[in-house]
Design a protein around this ligand. Structure first.
Ligand code: SAH
Length: 248
């Protein structure tokens, strides 16, 4: 990876811990002059990159953050814009391409990261081992009717579902509402799980049934998994079978 002018790396940092970042992501941060991101992710970076110019903007200032990256890159700096998990999964990669049409002299490169569905699945066992989909319960950018439609379609299609943004201060009952919709199609015993604070201190995993998930209190740093027809709990782990026949 060479240092180039007018370049922005859009870097997925993974869930938090530095050893869950890819080697490519670390290299991109190393060759960058400036690292820009949401305050929490900049703080997560720790000691290693403290010699860089670190700029943070608060939540909800996404467009400003993207523009700041382009302005710095136009001034000749190599910029890394950091997002948690993967920048192309409920992250800012697409907004960067949209805004980038105003800055044709700036090159963009997306560096993939481990998304919460992957890192959370590893904590729980192997819940995504067949066809799965991700659905975000945040209705800030997507109307709730659309979210409902997707939940029902996923349940009817027998997908394993990874739910992102299952809760926030203003949306405490969204997970319960989502479970009620899924229970129209799925049985109450359906194996589920959720993981809080993946890759950070106090990672907590819980395995439960769909009707128990409905009453679970989760925070915004939680990823939720709903199994498909072939999902089982094996020795406390959430496991979605692919259909291999095991002869014993
Ligand atoms: N780009 C991120 C997702 C951002 S949306 C990614 O690829 O992972 C924010 C949601 O992601 C959170 O509400 C939560 O559902 C999930 N998430 C992100 N980091 C997490 C973590 N460390 N532990 C648990 N869930 C996390």
């Amino acid at each position: 990876m060479n240092k180039t002018e007018n370049k922005i790396y859009i870097v997925g940092m993974g869930p938090g811990a530095e050893d869950m970042m890819t080697g490519q992501a670390i290299k991109a941060l190393e060759v960058s002059d400036i690292i820009i991101g949401y305050t929490v992710y900049i703080q997560l970076l720790g000691e290693k990159f403290q010699n860089k110019e670190l700029l943070s903007t608060p939540m909800r200032k996404e467009k400003e953050r993207c523009k700041l990256c382009f302005e710095k890159a136009q001034a000749g700096k190599t910029v890394a814009m950091v997002c948690s998990g993967d920048a192309g999964i409920y992250g800012l990669a697409s907004l960067m391409y949209e805004i980038g049409t105003d800055y044709p002299d700036v090159a963009l490169e997306v560096i993939p990261g481990i998304t919460a569905a992957n890192s959370g699945a590893a904590v729980l066992g192997a819940p995504l081992n067949h066809d799965f989909c991700t659905i975000s319960l945040s209705d800030l950018l997507t109307p709730w009717e659309t979210i409902e439609k997707r939940l029902l379609a996923a349940a009817e299609g027998d997908f394993v579902i990874a739910l992102y943004n299952p809760s926030s201060h203003k949306r405490k009952d969204y997970l319960a509402r989502a479970c009620e919709i899924l229970l129209r199609v799925l049985e109450p015993e359906r194996p589920c799980g959720y993981v809080e604070n993946i890759g950070r201190d106090e990672t907590k995993a819980t395995v439960c049934r769909l009707d128990e998930l409905k009453d679970a209190q989760v925070n915004m740093f939680t990823t939720v998994f709903i199994g498909d027809r072939g999902t089982e709990i094996i020795d406390g782990k959430l496991v979605t079978k692919r259909g291999y026949q095991i002869e014993r």
